[in-house]
Design a protein. Sequence first.
Length: 179
Amino acid sequence: MGSLIEELEPREAAGRVRVEELEAEIAGLTARLEGEKQTWSRLRITRETVAEVITELSGQAPAEAAMSPQEPVAPEMRVVGAIMVPHWREGLTADALPDVYRDIVEVIADAAGPMQAKQIVPRIGLPAVTGKIEGTRGKLKRLVQRGWLIEDQPGRFCPAHPGPGGESVNSRNDKGSSL
């Protein structure tokens, strides 16, 4: 029998090979996951856009469609689970928005000045990758169209309707937290 060190060297080499194989597998899975996330994001945005177009074609004003229960637009077409962003009007708060849109509005309301999509993405908990930035930019443009935000310069967004006294959305909800 050889020395203990000589016996451990082949086991160590085999362990290193297994680790390298697993790391390569993880890298491949990570790339596949990112591709699937981007596909999912594009499909979700497409579904939202199609739902908006169908709503507009049905003759309902977008604000009416957002407040009415989901019902078939035509006998053969049904919009299920469409996320609607209502037009801003007096008395309507960010709570009326779907979660991601509300997060975007709150981040911008809390900012010191106009923000770009690439600055907003990490603040709403998304990775700062091109797909997420572009998806967020689309949401920002939708919020501008619906009167929630303004685009003071191309690509720079700020609140269209600051809170009372110019305070931010979150500062009105703050109950003196120590954070």
